[in-house]
Design a protein around this ligand. Structure first.
Ligand code: ADP
Ligand code: MG
Length: 507
């Protein structure tokens, strides 16, 4: 009997030990897995490192590439396109001006009335879809349709359609165009849903002008604007005459700035009354070996429809940030089970959009309930522990911080190129303290900047770090809204044939 008891108790003890060993074993295994995930995070942090030293290298590289792009066609990844915009609205413009914004499936018509004293802008705007058949038909039909809509818009606004005074129009046309003057350019190719064969290689503003004339509308296409950054600098300058550059940080990213024509070496003999011109950088294409690149960026680029292109944009803009985060979560999920079984959604490109990523990043609830909700609803990852949710927030933080700091370096690169970074320009020489810094404004537009507080704060912080407080306090960022529409109308005003002469009699 005693033997049996002994036997049983030994059995129980052995079983208990086995259970304990199993538990400990699991714990060790899970700690090992957790360590692996932490390792992935650490590696991400290291490869996204943006020390001030590194950012300054990016600043220098940006300024150097700008030089190269201005020196010769194809001299840099930065295209540095001429816009022929040689004056910017000052706020003293008076009269009624129109804009037409064509760039997607909708087009917009706008009217602004300017009172001459940097008046508040309160445009009338109308948006209309473009009938599908017109996007692939004949150019004449498309432009006749647009002219008719504009005619009705002018009429509805109690402006005389057959007025003896020519109305001035800014035409925003967001397609690849070879600009030939401030009011003309040739269509290189259609993009998005458009495919009107007879238009390729033709002059765009001319085609619209002819349609306006056919319609009997006394209106002149004063400005052809092929990039929305140009409208943004115009709008920025209307409100703040110290504006020297404009940056868009939304789905994509781009910048333009005010450059002296004698610095545009690739276009010798370029004469403008102001001696300057807006240059569209197409900075999304910028590339430098100083950019902190991760394996996720390399994969994202390789799987994109345009590999080896838009490198800067792929690290910064709203189109991509969410997808970088998805890739990191996928790697972690594959290397451990802290996110449960690997969710098939994690393999879907762009399954995690930047606004959802921003919402996780900015979740300030103690239990990170918003993170839990988004992981579940968007990525099909339910019920993960709090520490894993914290990890996700950290990933978002690393990716966004890098993006915002690189955007800040890009901005300082522009300031350096035009001698507004306090260093005495790209050729240097003078010390920071010798230079009297002029107030300098940069117009910024785009939802990534305006809607994503953490992004905005990181960008500002980096500007201060790179420039130093003494210089940074002379640099202001002004948010603008709808440069592509209102900016075009303002450019029509500043490029109108009557200059800023009072043509208020149009009313
Ligand atoms: P677009 O660049 O398409 O002209 P926007 O400037 O509005 O238009 O930018 C839209 C992009 O901004 C979205 O594609 C998205 O990536 C990003 N975005 C929009 N809202 C937010 C948000 N709340 N948080 C973070 N990013 C956002
Ligand atoms: Mg936009």
């Amino acid at each position: 009997m005693g033997k049996v008891v002994l036997g049983v108790s030994v059995g129980v003890a052995v079983a208990a030990c086995a259970v304990a060993a199993l538990v400990v074993g699991r714990r060790v295994k899970s700690r090992r897995k957790w360590n692996r995930v932490v390792g992935v995070l650490k590696e991400l942090e290291e490869s996204c490192e943006t020390t001030v030293g590194r950012l300054r290298q990016v600043v220098d590289a940006m300024a150097v590439e700008m030089h190269a792009g201005l020196a010769s066609e194809g001299g840099s990844k930065l295209k540095m396109l001429l816009t022929f915009v040689d004056n910017l609205p000052s706020g003293s413009e008076k009269g009624i001006f129109y804009a037409l914004d064509l760039g997607g499936t909708n087009f917009r018509v706008l009217r602004v009335e300017l009172g001459g004293q940097r008046s508040d802008l309160d445009p009338d705007v109308e948006q209309q879809p473009i009938p599908e058949q017109l996007m692939t038909g004949r150019s004449e039909d498309l432009f006749d349709f647009i002219a008719s809509s504009l005619y009705q818009f002018v009429e509805k606004g109690n402006d005389s359609v057959q007025s003896l005074v020519t109305k001035e129009l800014g035409f925003t046309f967001s397609f690849p165009v070879k600009q030939t003057s401030v009011s003309s350019g040739v269509l290189i190719k259609w993009t998005k849903a458009f495919a009107i064969k007879d238009m390729v290689g033709k002059e765009v503003a001319g085609a619209l002008q002819q349609a306006l004339t056919r319609k009997g509308l006394n209106m002149r296409v004063a400005v052809l604007q092929v990039n929305d950054t140009v409208g943004t600098i115009a709008l920025g300058h209307y409100h703040d005459e110290d504006t020297v550059a404009a940056v868009i940080i939304g789905t994509g990213t781009n910048a333009c700035y005010w450059e002296r024509t004698d610095a545009i070496i690739k276009c010798q003999g370029l004469l403008t009354t102001s001696g300057s011109m807006v240059v569209n950088m197409e900075w999304g294409h910028f590339w430098s070996s100083h950019l902190p690149r991760t394996s996720y960026d390399i994969e994202l680029d390789a799987e994109s429809p345009n590999p080896n292109d838009q490198g800067f944009e792929k690290m910064i803009s709203g189109m991509y940030l969410g997808d970088i985060v998805r890739r990191v979560i996928l790697r972690m999920s594959e290397e451990s089970d802290i996110f449960g079984p690997v969710s098939s959604r994690l393999y879907m490109p762009f399954a995690l959009r930047t606004p959802a990523m921003a919402a996780m990043h900015e979740d300030d609830s103690p239990e990170l309930m918003e993170v839990a909700r988004i992981l579940k609803d968007v990525l099909d990852i339910p019920d993960i522990p709090l520490k894993a949710r914290k990890l996700v927030v950290k990933i978002c933080d690393v990716v966004t911080r890098r993006a915002a700091r690189l955007a800040a370096a890009g901005i300082v690169g522009i300031l350096k190129k035009i001698g507004r970074d306090g260093s005495g320009g790209i050729t240097g020489g003078r010390s920071r303290s010798d230079v009297k810094m002029r107030r300098t404004a940069v117009a910024v537009e785009g939802s990534l900047y305006t809607q994503y507080t953490m992004f905005r704060e990181y960008l500002h912080e980096a500007l201060h770090e790179i420039l130093g407080e003494d210089i940074a306090r002379h640099v202001v960022i002004n948010v603008t809204e709808d440069g592509s529409g209102i900016g075009a109308a303002l450019l029509a005003a500043s490029h109108s044939s009557s200059g800023s002469v009072d043509n208020i009699q149009l009313v």
